[in-house]
Design a protein around this ligand. Sequence first.
Ligand SMILES: Cc1cc2nc3c(=O)[nH]c(=O)nc-3n(C[C@H](O)[C@H](O)[C@H](O)COP(=O)(O)O)c2cc1C
Ligand SMILES: Nc1ncnc2c1ncn2[C@@H]1O[C@H](COP(=O)(O)OP(=O)(O)OP(=O)(O)O)[C@@H](O)[C@H]1O
Ligand SMILES: [Mg+2]
Length: 507
Amino acid sequence: MEIDAAVRASSDGRLRTKYDNAVYVVQRAFALYPFEEIAFSFNGGKDSTVLLHLIRAGYYLHKTSSGDEAQINTVQNCPLRTIYFETPCAFPEINSFTYETVSTYGLPLETIRSDFKSGLEGLLKEKPTKAIFIGTRIGDPNAVGQEQFSPSSPGWPPFMRVNPILDWSYRDVWSFLLTCKVKYCSLYDEGYTSIGSIYDTVPNALLSDSSTGKSFRPAYMLSDGRLERAGRAKKTSNKTETNSVASNGMNNAEGEQMISRSASVIVVGDEILFGTVGDKVGAALCKKLHEIGWRVSHVTVVHNEIDSVAEEVEQCKSTDDVVFILGGLGPLHSDVSLAGVAKAFGVRLAPDEEFEEHLSQLIGNSYIGDRNEMALLPEGITELLHHKMLPLPLIKCKNVIILSATNVDELDMEWNCLLDTQESGLVKTKPFVSKHLSTLLPDVKIAAVVAKLCLEFSDVYIGSYRISRMGPLVVSLIGKDNQRVQEAALKLSGSFEGQFSQVDGCK
Ligand SMILES: Cc1cc2nc3c(=O)[nH]c(=O)nc-3n(C[C@H](O)[C@H](O)[C@H](O)COP(=O)(O)O)c2cc1C
Ligand SMILES: Nc1ncnc2c1ncn2[C@@H]1O[C@H](COP(=O)(O)OP(=O)(O)OP(=O)(O)O)[C@@H](O)[C@H]1O
Ligand SMILES: [Mg+2]
Protein backbone atom coordinates (compact mmCIF):
# COMPACT_ATOMS: atom_id res chain seq x y z
CA MET A 1 0.00 0.00 0.00
CA GLU A 2 1.77 3.13 -1.27
CA ILE A 3 0.70 5.50 1.55
CA ASP A 4 1.80 3.12 4.29
CA ALA A 5 5.09 2.49 2.50
CA ALA A 6 5.80 6.21 2.02
CA VAL A 7 5.24 7.07 5.68
CA ARG A 8 7.25 4.07 6.90
CA ALA A 9 10.15 5.09 4.67
CA SER A 10 10.07 8.64 6.00
CA SER A 11 12.70 9.79 8.49
CA ASP A 12 10.12 12.00 10.20
CA GLY A 13 9.42 10.10 13.43
CA ARG A 14 6.78 12.56 14.48
CA LEU A 15 4.82 11.97 11.26
CA ARG A 16 5.08 8.21 11.69
CA THR A 17 3.62 8.46 15.21
CA LYS A 18 0.77 10.70 14.06
CA TYR A 19 0.10 8.37 11.16
CA ASP A 20 0.11 5.24 13.34
CA ASN A 21 -2.36 6.76 15.77
CA ALA A 22 -4.68 8.02 13.05
CA VAL A 23 -4.65 4.76 11.13
CA TYR A 24 -5.37 2.93 14.37
CA VAL A 25 -8.49 5.10 14.84
CA VAL A 26 -9.57 4.31 11.26
CA GLN A 27 -9.10 0.58 11.85
CA ARG A 28 -11.05 0.78 15.13
CA ALA A 29 -13.94 2.38 13.29
CA PHE A 30 -13.91 -0.36 10.65
CA ALA A 31 -13.90 -2.96 13.42
CA LEU A 32 -16.72 -1.29 15.34
CA TYR A 33 -19.27 -0.43 12.62
CA PRO A 34 -20.62 -2.29 9.58
CA PHE A 35 -18.76 -0.96 6.53
CA GLU A 36 -21.95 0.10 4.76
CA GLU A 37 -23.01 2.14 7.81
CA ILE A 38 -19.88 4.28 7.76
CA ALA A 39 -19.53 7.45 5.67
CA PHE A 40 -16.65 9.77 4.87
CA SER A 41 -17.26 13.51 4.81
CA PHE A 42 -15.08 14.78 1.97
CA ASN A 43 -14.91 18.32 0.64
CA GLY A 44 -11.64 18.47 -1.28
CA GLY A 45 -9.95 20.48 1.53
CA LYS A 46 -6.43 19.58 2.67
CA ASP A 47 -7.62 17.98 5.93
CA SER A 48 -10.14 15.79 4.21
CA THR A 49 -7.52 14.88 1.60
CA VAL A 50 -5.21 13.70 4.38
CA LEU A 51 -8.11 11.78 5.85
CA LEU A 52 -8.94 10.14 2.53
CA HIS A 53 -5.48 8.59 2.32
CA LEU A 54 -5.46 7.58 5.98
CA ILE A 55 -8.79 5.83 5.42
CA ARG A 56 -7.38 4.06 2.37
CA ALA A 57 -4.34 2.92 4.40
CA GLY A 58 -6.46 1.95 7.42
CA TYR A 59 -8.87 0.00 5.26
CA TYR A 60 -6.03 -1.86 3.59
CA LEU A 61 -4.47 -2.74 6.96
CA HIS A 62 -7.87 -3.73 8.35
CA LYS A 63 -8.55 -6.05 5.45
CA THR A 64 -5.10 -7.57 5.31
CA SER A 65 -4.34 -7.89 9.03
CA SER A 66 -5.39 -11.55 8.98
CA GLY A 67 -2.52 -12.22 6.54
CA ASP A 68 -4.97 -13.62 3.97
CA GLU A 69 -3.01 -13.66 0.67
CA ALA A 70 -6.17 -13.34 -1.42
CA GLN A 71 -7.17 -10.15 0.38
CA ILE A 72 -3.66 -8.70 0.13
CA ASN A 73 -3.77 -9.04 -3.62
CA THR A 74 -7.34 -7.84 -4.14
CA VAL A 75 -7.70 -4.79 -1.87
CA GLN A 76 -7.13 -1.88 -4.21
CA ASN A 77 -9.52 0.83 -3.23
CA CYS A 78 -11.74 1.56 -0.27
CA PRO A 79 -15.30 1.88 -1.63
CA LEU A 80 -16.50 3.88 1.36
CA ARG A 81 -19.70 5.94 1.08
CA THR A 82 -18.53 9.52 0.57
CA ILE A 83 -20.65 12.57 1.28
CA TYR A 84 -20.02 16.03 -0.11
CA PHE A 85 -22.12 19.04 0.86
CA GLU A 86 -21.97 21.04 -2.30
CA THR A 87 -22.88 24.73 -2.23
CA PRO A 88 -22.96 27.40 -4.96
CA CYS A 89 -20.41 29.38 -2.96
CA ALA A 90 -17.72 26.70 -3.09
CA PHE A 91 -14.57 27.47 -5.09
CA PRO A 92 -14.77 25.86 -8.56
CA GLU A 93 -11.28 24.42 -7.92
CA ILE A 94 -12.59 22.69 -4.79
CA ASN A 95 -15.57 21.28 -6.66
CA SER A 96 -13.53 19.92 -9.53
CA PHE A 97 -10.85 18.48 -7.22
CA THR A 98 -13.56 16.73 -5.18
CA TYR A 99 -15.19 15.12 -8.22
CA GLU A 100 -11.87 14.19 -9.77
CA THR A 101 -10.60 12.59 -6.53
CA VAL A 102 -13.68 10.46 -5.83
CA SER A 103 -13.44 9.17 -9.36
CA THR A 104 -9.69 8.41 -9.08
CA TYR A 105 -10.14 6.41 -5.87
CA GLY A 106 -13.45 4.74 -6.73
CA LEU A 107 -15.42 6.37 -3.92
CA PRO A 108 -19.22 6.15 -4.23
CA LEU A 109 -20.26 9.81 -3.92
CA GLU A 110 -23.46 11.13 -2.38
CA THR A 111 -23.73 14.85 -3.09
CA ILE A 112 -25.92 16.73 -0.64
CA ARG A 113 -27.23 20.18 -1.55
CA SER A 114 -28.49 21.44 1.77
CA ASP A 115 -26.94 22.60 5.03
CA PHE A 116 -24.98 20.14 7.19
CA LYS A 117 -27.68 19.48 9.75
CA SER A 118 -30.69 18.94 7.52
CA GLY A 119 -28.49 17.18 4.97
CA LEU A 120 -27.40 14.70 7.63
CA GLU A 121 -30.99 14.25 8.86
CA GLY A 122 -32.02 13.31 5.30
CA LEU A 123 -29.00 11.03 4.90
CA LEU A 124 -29.71 9.13 8.12
CA LYS A 125 -33.38 8.67 7.20
CA GLU A 126 -32.45 7.30 3.83
CA LYS A 127 -29.58 4.99 4.86
CA PRO A 128 -28.56 3.78 8.30
CA THR A 129 -25.33 5.63 9.15
CA LYS A 130 -23.61 4.93 12.44
CA ALA A 131 -20.30 6.73 11.98
CA ILE A 132 -18.87 9.50 9.84
CA PHE A 133 -15.19 10.20 9.30
CA ILE A 134 -14.46 13.93 9.52
CA GLY A 135 -11.18 15.85 9.04
CA THR A 136 -11.60 18.06 12.10
CA ARG A 137 -8.37 19.16 13.78
CA ILE A 138 -7.57 20.86 17.06
CA GLY A 139 -7.61 24.56 16.34
CA ASP A 140 -10.72 24.32 14.14
CA PRO A 141 -13.40 26.42 15.76
CA ASN A 142 -15.68 23.40 16.14
CA ALA A 143 -13.04 21.06 17.60
CA VAL A 144 -13.22 22.21 21.22
CA GLY A 145 -14.30 19.39 23.49
CA GLN A 146 -14.16 16.72 20.77
CA GLU A 147 -12.35 13.40 21.06
CA GLN A 148 -11.34 10.97 18.32
CA PHE A 149 -14.74 9.36 18.74
CA SER A 150 -17.37 11.98 19.62
CA PRO A 151 -21.12 11.47 19.33
CA SER A 152 -22.83 14.18 17.27
CA SER A 153 -23.96 17.18 19.31
CA PRO A 154 -27.36 17.35 21.03
CA GLY A 155 -29.94 18.49 18.50
CA TRP A 156 -28.03 16.87 15.61
CA PRO A 157 -29.05 13.52 14.12
CA PRO A 158 -27.38 10.69 16.05
CA PHE A 159 -24.10 9.31 14.68
CA MET A 160 -20.52 8.94 15.84
CA ARG A 161 -18.10 11.60 14.61
CA VAL A 162 -14.79 9.87 13.98
CA ASN A 163 -11.90 12.36 13.97
CA PRO A 164 -8.67 10.47 13.22
CA ILE A 165 -6.60 13.64 12.68
CA LEU A 166 -7.88 15.61 15.65
CA ASP A 167 -4.37 16.03 17.09
CA TRP A 168 -2.66 16.79 13.77
CA SER A 169 -1.01 20.17 13.37
CA TYR A 170 -0.81 22.24 10.22
CA ARG A 171 2.76 21.04 9.77
CA ASP A 172 1.72 17.39 10.16
CA VAL A 173 -0.86 17.83 7.41
CA TRP A 174 1.70 19.16 4.98
CA SER A 175 4.40 16.66 5.97
CA PHE A 176 1.93 13.91 5.20
CA LEU A 177 0.69 15.27 1.86
CA LEU A 178 4.22 16.00 0.65
CA THR A 179 5.72 12.75 1.97
CA CYS A 180 3.01 10.69 0.29
CA LYS A 181 3.19 12.84 -2.87
CA VAL A 182 -0.59 12.82 -3.21
CA LYS A 183 -2.58 15.35 -5.22
CA TYR A 184 -4.26 18.17 -3.37
CA CYS A 185 -6.49 21.05 -4.48
CA SER A 186 -4.58 23.58 -6.61
CA LEU A 187 -5.71 26.52 -4.45
CA TYR A 188 -3.18 25.50 -1.79
CA ASP A 189 -0.38 26.22 -4.24
CA GLU A 190 -1.78 29.72 -4.68
CA GLY A 191 -1.44 30.79 -1.05
CA TYR A 192 -4.75 29.53 0.35
CA THR A 193 -4.09 27.83 3.70
CA SER A 194 -7.64 27.01 4.86
CA ILE A 195 -10.60 27.04 2.53
CA GLY A 196 -14.15 28.09 3.30
CA SER A 197 -16.48 29.73 0.78
CA ILE A 198 -15.60 32.11 -2.06
CA TYR A 199 -17.06 34.90 0.06
CA ASP A 200 -15.01 34.44 3.19
CA THR A 201 -11.66 33.12 1.94
CA VAL A 202 -8.66 34.85 0.39
CA PRO A 203 -5.02 33.76 0.07
CA ASN A 204 -3.09 34.03 3.30
CA ALA A 205 -1.36 37.43 3.37
CA LEU A 206 1.55 35.86 5.28
CA LEU A 207 2.44 34.00 2.11
CA SER A 208 2.40 37.10 -0.06
CA ASP A 209 5.57 37.26 -2.13
CA SER A 210 5.97 39.98 -4.73
CA SER A 211 9.66 39.12 -5.34
CA THR A 212 8.81 35.99 -7.36
CA GLY A 213 6.63 36.05 -10.46
CA LYS A 214 3.78 34.56 -8.43
CA SER A 215 2.06 36.72 -5.85
CA PHE A 216 1.64 34.03 -3.16
CA ARG A 217 3.80 31.16 -2.01
CA PRO A 218 2.29 27.67 -1.54
CA ALA A 219 0.41 26.79 1.65
CA TYR A 220 3.09 24.38 2.86
CA MET A 221 5.49 27.34 3.19
CA LEU A 222 3.49 28.84 6.06
CA SER A 223 5.83 28.39 9.02
CA ASP A 224 3.46 29.26 11.84
CA GLY A 225 0.50 26.90 11.64
CA ARG A 226 -1.42 28.98 14.15
CA LEU A 227 -1.96 31.49 11.35
CA GLU A 228 -3.58 28.94 9.07
CA ARG A 229 -6.93 30.73 9.18
CA ALA A 230 -5.49 34.20 8.52
CA GLY A 231 -7.09 34.14 5.07
CA ARG A 232 -10.56 33.60 6.52
CA ALA A 233 -12.88 36.59 7.09
CA LYS A 234 -12.13 38.05 10.48
CA LYS A 235 -14.49 39.23 13.17
CA THR A 236 -13.78 42.89 13.97
CA SER A 237 -11.85 43.37 17.16
CA ASN A 238 -13.25 45.75 19.74
CA LYS A 239 -9.86 46.24 21.39
CA THR A 240 -8.60 49.84 21.37
CA GLU A 241 -5.53 50.42 19.20
CA THR A 242 -2.38 50.71 21.29
CA ASN A 243 -1.49 54.22 20.20
CA SER A 244 -4.93 55.70 19.79
CA VAL A 245 -6.35 58.51 21.87
CA ALA A 246 -9.18 57.46 24.15
CA SER A 247 -12.48 59.37 24.04
CA ASN A 248 -11.67 61.11 27.34
CA GLY A 249 -8.78 62.92 25.62
CA MET A 250 -6.15 61.00 27.58
CA ASN A 251 -3.73 58.98 25.53
CA ASN A 252 -3.76 55.30 26.34
CA ALA A 253 -0.49 55.27 28.21
CA GLU A 254 -1.83 57.84 30.67
CA GLY A 255 -5.19 56.12 30.85
CA GLU A 256 -3.55 52.77 31.64
CA GLN A 257 -1.55 54.40 34.44
CA MET A 258 -4.67 55.55 36.24
CA ILE A 259 -6.50 52.22 36.06
CA SER A 260 -6.12 50.19 39.22
CA ARG A 261 -5.17 46.56 38.69
CA SER A 262 -5.25 43.59 40.95
CA ALA A 263 -3.53 40.24 40.87
CA SER A 264 -3.65 37.09 42.93
CA VAL A 265 -0.89 34.57 43.46
CA ILE A 266 -1.45 30.84 43.76
CA VAL A 267 1.55 28.96 45.11
CA VAL A 268 1.34 25.23 44.39
CA GLY A 269 3.50 23.38 46.87
CA ASP A 270 3.00 20.51 49.29
CA GLU A 271 6.48 21.29 50.61
CA ILE A 272 5.28 24.68 51.85
CA LEU A 273 2.17 23.22 53.48
CA PHE A 274 4.32 20.55 55.16
CA GLY A 275 6.56 23.33 56.48
CA THR A 276 9.61 21.88 54.76
CA VAL A 277 10.42 25.18 53.04
CA GLY A 278 9.06 28.70 53.21
CA ASP A 279 7.52 30.58 50.30
CA LYS A 280 9.98 33.25 49.29
CA VAL A 281 8.98 33.50 45.63
CA GLY A 282 5.34 34.38 46.31
CA ALA A 283 6.45 37.16 48.66
CA ALA A 284 8.93 38.51 46.12
CA LEU A 285 6.21 38.50 43.47
CA CYS A 286 3.92 40.57 45.72
CA LYS A 287 6.70 43.13 46.08
CA LYS A 288 7.18 43.33 42.34
CA LEU A 289 3.46 43.76 41.71
CA HIS A 290 3.33 46.49 44.33
CA GLU A 291 6.23 48.25 42.62
CA ILE A 292 4.25 48.56 39.37
CA GLY A 293 1.21 49.86 41.22
CA TRP A 294 -0.81 46.63 41.30
CA ARG A 295 -2.82 45.51 44.29
CA VAL A 296 -2.41 41.88 45.30
CA SER A 297 -5.82 40.62 46.41
CA HIS A 298 -4.48 37.46 47.99
CA VAL A 299 -1.78 34.80 48.01
CA THR A 300 -2.85 31.20 48.51
CA VAL A 301 -0.77 28.10 48.98
CA VAL A 302 -2.46 24.95 47.69
CA HIS A 303 -1.59 21.27 47.56
CA ASN A 304 -0.25 19.67 44.39
CA GLU A 305 -3.73 18.45 43.46
CA ILE A 306 -5.62 19.24 40.27
CA ASP A 307 -8.83 20.09 42.09
CA SER A 308 -7.12 22.39 44.59
CA VAL A 309 -5.49 24.36 41.77
CA ALA A 310 -8.68 24.36 39.68
CA GLU A 311 -10.84 25.64 42.54
CA GLU A 312 -8.48 28.48 43.31
CA VAL A 313 -8.02 29.47 39.65
CA GLU A 314 -11.76 29.39 39.13
CA GLN A 315 -12.28 31.88 41.94
CA CYS A 316 -9.44 34.24 41.09
CA LYS A 317 -9.73 34.37 37.30
CA SER A 318 -12.95 36.36 37.39
CA THR A 319 -12.05 38.71 40.23
CA ASP A 320 -8.45 39.64 39.41
CA ASP A 321 -6.88 41.09 36.29
CA VAL A 322 -4.08 38.55 36.35
CA VAL A 323 -3.65 35.33 38.31
CA PHE A 324 -0.11 34.04 38.81
CA ILE A 325 0.66 30.41 39.48
CA LEU A 326 3.97 29.46 41.02
CA GLY A 327 5.09 25.83 41.09
CA GLY A 328 3.56 22.56 39.90
CA LEU A 329 5.02 22.82 36.40
CA GLY A 330 7.00 19.96 34.86
CA PRO A 331 6.88 16.25 34.09
CA LEU A 332 6.39 14.85 37.62
CA HIS A 333 3.16 13.34 38.92
CA SER A 334 2.88 16.30 41.29
CA ASP A 335 3.11 18.85 38.48
CA VAL A 336 -0.58 19.48 38.15
CA SER A 337 -0.81 23.23 37.61
CA LEU A 338 -1.66 23.08 33.90
CA ALA A 339 -4.25 20.36 34.44
CA GLY A 340 -5.78 22.50 37.19
CA VAL A 341 -5.93 25.53 34.90
CA ALA A 342 -7.50 23.42 32.11
CA LYS A 343 -10.11 22.12 34.55
CA ALA A 344 -10.91 25.63 35.79
CA PHE A 345 -11.59 26.77 32.22
CA GLY A 346 -13.44 23.55 31.27
CA VAL A 347 -11.03 22.59 28.48
CA ARG A 348 -8.74 19.61 28.05
CA LEU A 349 -4.98 19.40 27.79
CA ALA A 350 -3.85 19.01 24.20
CA PRO A 351 -0.46 18.77 22.50
CA ASP A 352 1.02 22.14 21.60
CA GLU A 353 3.37 21.67 18.74
CA GLU A 354 5.15 24.96 19.14
CA PHE A 355 5.85 24.41 22.82
CA GLU A 356 6.95 20.87 22.09
CA GLU A 357 9.50 22.20 19.66
CA HIS A 358 10.88 24.65 22.23
CA LEU A 359 11.09 21.82 24.75
CA SER A 360 12.91 19.52 22.40
CA GLN A 361 15.43 22.26 21.61
CA LEU A 362 16.02 22.69 25.32
CA ILE A 363 15.98 19.14 26.65
CA GLY A 364 16.16 17.02 23.51
CA ASN A 365 13.81 14.12 23.06
CA SER A 366 14.58 12.49 26.39
CA TYR A 367 11.06 11.66 27.44
CA ILE A 368 9.16 8.45 27.87
CA GLY A 369 6.34 7.53 25.52
CA ASP A 370 5.32 8.90 22.16
CA ARG A 371 5.51 12.53 23.00
CA ASN A 372 6.53 14.99 25.60
CA GLU A 373 3.75 15.27 28.15
CA MET A 374 5.12 18.62 29.21
CA ALA A 375 3.87 19.94 25.88
CA LEU A 376 0.23 19.24 26.78
CA LEU A 377 -1.30 22.65 27.34
CA PRO A 378 -4.88 23.82 28.01
CA GLU A 379 -6.55 23.63 24.63
CA GLY A 380 -7.75 26.76 22.85
CA ILE A 381 -6.89 29.19 25.65
CA THR A 382 -3.10 29.08 25.70
CA GLU A 383 -0.78 31.79 24.51
CA LEU A 384 3.00 31.44 24.64
CA LEU A 385 4.86 34.50 25.90
CA HIS A 386 8.20 34.74 24.15
CA HIS A 387 11.26 36.70 25.14
CA LYS A 388 14.85 36.35 23.98
CA MET A 389 16.04 35.93 27.59
CA LEU A 390 13.65 33.06 28.31
CA PRO A 391 14.92 29.53 27.63
CA LEU A 392 11.26 28.47 27.23
CA PRO A 393 8.28 30.71 26.55
CA LEU A 394 6.02 31.32 29.53
CA ILE A 395 2.50 29.91 29.42
CA LYS A 396 -0.50 32.21 29.66
CA CYS A 397 -4.04 30.84 29.68
CA LYS A 398 -6.51 33.73 29.32
CA ASN A 399 -5.56 35.86 32.36
CA VAL A 400 -3.61 33.14 34.19
CA ILE A 401 0.19 33.24 33.91
CA ILE A 402 2.09 30.15 34.98
CA LEU A 403 5.59 31.06 36.11
CA SER A 404 8.33 28.47 36.18
CA ALA A 405 10.63 30.33 38.62
CA THR A 406 11.72 28.23 41.59
CA ASN A 407 13.71 30.95 43.37
CA VAL A 408 13.88 34.72 43.62
CA ASP A 409 16.66 35.13 41.03
CA GLU A 410 14.69 33.14 38.46
CA LEU A 411 11.63 35.20 39.31
CA ASP A 412 13.61 38.42 38.66
CA MET A 413 14.45 37.20 35.20
CA GLU A 414 10.92 36.02 34.33
CA TRP A 415 9.41 39.19 35.73
CA ASN A 416 11.64 41.45 33.62
CA CYS A 417 10.70 39.45 30.53
CA LEU A 418 7.00 39.74 31.35
CA LEU A 419 7.29 43.50 31.76
CA ASP A 420 9.01 43.61 28.40
CA THR A 421 6.24 41.60 26.70
CA GLN A 422 3.06 43.41 25.79
CA GLU A 423 1.01 40.19 25.63
CA SER A 424 1.61 39.54 29.34
CA GLY A 425 -0.92 42.27 30.15
CA LEU A 426 1.34 43.57 32.91
CA VAL A 427 0.94 47.29 32.38
CA LYS A 428 2.72 49.59 34.80
CA THR A 429 0.20 51.69 36.69
CA LYS A 430 0.69 54.74 38.88
CA PRO A 431 3.06 53.59 41.64
CA PHE A 432 2.01 53.42 45.25
CA VAL A 433 3.42 55.86 47.78
CA SER A 434 4.07 54.27 51.18
CA LYS A 435 4.85 55.74 54.55
CA HIS A 436 5.66 53.52 57.51
CA LEU A 437 5.60 55.08 60.98
CA SER A 438 6.74 53.28 64.07
CA THR A 439 5.76 53.82 67.72
CA LEU A 440 6.27 52.26 71.16
CA LEU A 441 2.81 53.33 72.28
CA PRO A 442 0.48 50.45 73.21
CA ASP A 443 -2.20 49.50 70.64
CA VAL A 444 -5.06 50.61 72.87
CA LYS A 445 -3.71 54.15 73.00
CA ILE A 446 -3.75 54.67 69.24
CA ALA A 447 -6.65 52.41 68.16
CA ALA A 448 -9.40 55.05 68.19
CA VAL A 449 -7.31 57.66 66.35
CA VAL A 450 -6.29 55.18 63.65
CA ALA A 451 -9.90 54.02 63.20
CA LYS A 452 -11.02 57.64 62.70
CA LEU A 453 -8.15 58.25 60.30
CA CYS A 454 -9.33 55.31 58.19
CA LEU A 455 -12.75 56.91 57.81
CA GLU A 456 -11.30 60.27 56.88
CA PHE A 457 -8.75 58.84 54.42
CA SER A 458 -10.73 56.08 52.78
CA ASP A 459 -8.51 56.39 49.67
CA VAL A 460 -5.41 55.54 51.70
CA TYR A 461 -4.73 52.04 52.97
CA ILE A 462 -3.94 52.20 56.69
CA GLY A 463 -2.72 49.05 58.38
CA SER A 464 -0.36 48.03 61.11
CA TYR A 465 1.96 45.19 62.06
CA ARG A 466 4.41 44.28 64.79
CA ILE A 467 7.81 42.72 64.51
CA SER A 468 7.57 41.44 68.10
CA ARG A 469 4.95 41.65 70.86
CA MET A 470 7.14 43.90 72.99
CA GLY A 471 8.78 45.80 70.12
CA PRO A 472 7.48 48.80 68.17
CA LEU A 473 4.22 48.87 66.23
CA VAL A 474 4.50 49.93 62.60
CA VAL A 475 1.59 51.78 60.97
CA SER A 476 1.63 51.69 57.17
CA LEU A 477 -0.07 54.30 55.03
CA ILE A 478 -0.21 53.36 51.35
CA GLY A 479 -1.99 55.07 48.48
CA LYS A 480 -1.60 56.42 44.97
CA ASP A 481 -2.08 60.09 45.85
CA ASN A 482 1.15 61.29 47.44
CA GLN A 483 -0.44 64.35 49.01
CA ARG A 484 -3.19 62.34 50.72
CA VAL A 485 -0.68 59.84 52.09
CA GLN A 486 1.49 62.65 53.49
CA GLU A 487 -1.56 64.35 55.00
CA ALA A 488 -2.70 61.15 56.69
CA ALA A 489 0.81 60.53 58.06
CA LEU A 490 1.06 64.07 59.40
CA LYS A 491 -2.33 63.79 61.05
CA LEU A 492 -1.36 60.54 62.77
CA SER A 493 2.01 61.74 64.07
CA GLY A 494 0.48 65.14 64.98
CA SER A 495 -2.06 63.38 67.22
CA PHE A 496 0.77 61.82 69.28
CA GLU A 497 3.45 64.51 69.45
CA GLY A 498 6.95 62.99 69.19
CA GLN A 499 5.74 59.39 69.62
CA PHE A 500 5.94 58.31 65.96
CA SER A 501 9.11 58.08 63.89
CA GLN A 502 9.50 57.26 60.23
CA VAL A 503 10.81 53.75 59.54
CA ASP A 504 14.18 53.93 57.72
CA GLY A 505 14.24 53.19 54.03
CA CYS A 506 10.60 54.15 53.54
CA LYS A 507 9.39 57.26 51.81
C1 LIG B 1 -20.34 15.27 8.69
C2 LIG B 1 -20.48 16.45 9.58
C3 LIG B 1 -20.94 16.29 10.85
C4 LIG B 1 -21.09 17.38 11.70
N1 LIG B 1 -21.55 17.18 12.96
C5 LIG B 1 -21.69 18.25 13.79
C6 LIG B 1 -22.14 18.09 15.12
O1 LIG B 1 -22.42 17.00 15.59
N2 LIG B 1 -22.26 19.19 15.87
C7 LIG B 1 -21.98 20.44 15.40
O2 LIG B 1 -22.12 21.41 16.15
N3 LIG B 1 -21.54 20.63 14.16
C8 LIG B 1 -21.39 19.56 13.34
N4 LIG B 1 -20.94 19.75 12.06
C9 LIG B 1 -20.62 21.13 11.58
C10 LIG B 1 -19.16 21.48 11.86
O3 LIG B 1 -19.04 21.65 13.26
C11 LIG B 1 -18.68 22.76 11.20
O4 LIG B 1 -19.62 23.76 11.36
C12 LIG B 1 -18.39 22.53 9.77
O5 LIG B 1 -17.44 21.51 9.62
C13 LIG B 1 -17.90 23.79 9.05
O6 LIG B 1 -16.61 24.11 9.40
P1 LIG B 1 -15.99 25.47 8.91
O7 LIG B 1 -16.84 26.54 9.51
O8 LIG B 1 -14.60 25.47 9.47
O9 LIG B 1 -16.02 25.44 7.42
C14 LIG B 1 -20.77 18.68 11.23
C15 LIG B 1 -20.28 18.83 9.92
C16 LIG B 1 -20.14 17.73 9.10
C17 LIG B 1 -19.63 17.93 7.70
N1 LIG C 1 -18.84 20.83 2.38
C1 LIG C 1 -18.39 19.77 3.03
N2 LIG C 1 -18.70 18.53 2.60
C2 LIG C 1 -18.24 17.44 3.24
N3 LIG C 1 -17.47 17.49 4.32
C3 LIG C 1 -17.13 18.69 4.81
C4 LIG C 1 -17.57 19.90 4.19
N4 LIG C 1 -17.06 20.93 4.88
C5 LIG C 1 -16.33 20.40 5.90
N5 LIG C 1 -16.38 19.06 5.86
C6 LIG C 1 -15.73 18.13 6.78
O1 LIG C 1 -15.23 18.88 7.87
C7 LIG C 1 -13.80 18.74 7.92
C8 LIG C 1 -13.17 19.99 8.47
O2 LIG C 1 -13.35 21.06 7.55
P1 LIG C 1 -12.19 22.12 7.39
O3 LIG C 1 -12.70 23.21 6.52
O4 LIG C 1 -11.68 22.47 8.74
O5 LIG C 1 -11.01 21.28 6.70
P2 LIG C 1 -10.69 21.06 5.18
O6 LIG C 1 -11.75 21.70 4.35
O7 LIG C 1 -10.45 19.62 4.93
O8 LIG C 1 -9.32 21.85 5.00
P3 LIG C 1 -9.08 23.43 5.13
O9 LIG C 1 -8.85 23.68 6.61
O10 LIG C 1 -7.88 23.69 4.34
O11 LIG C 1 -10.29 24.14 4.64
C9 LIG C 1 -13.40 18.38 6.52
O12 LIG C 1 -12.13 17.77 6.51
C10 LIG C 1 -14.53 17.46 6.12
O13 LIG C 1 -14.35 16.18 6.68
MG1 LIG D 1 -12.38 23.74 4.50
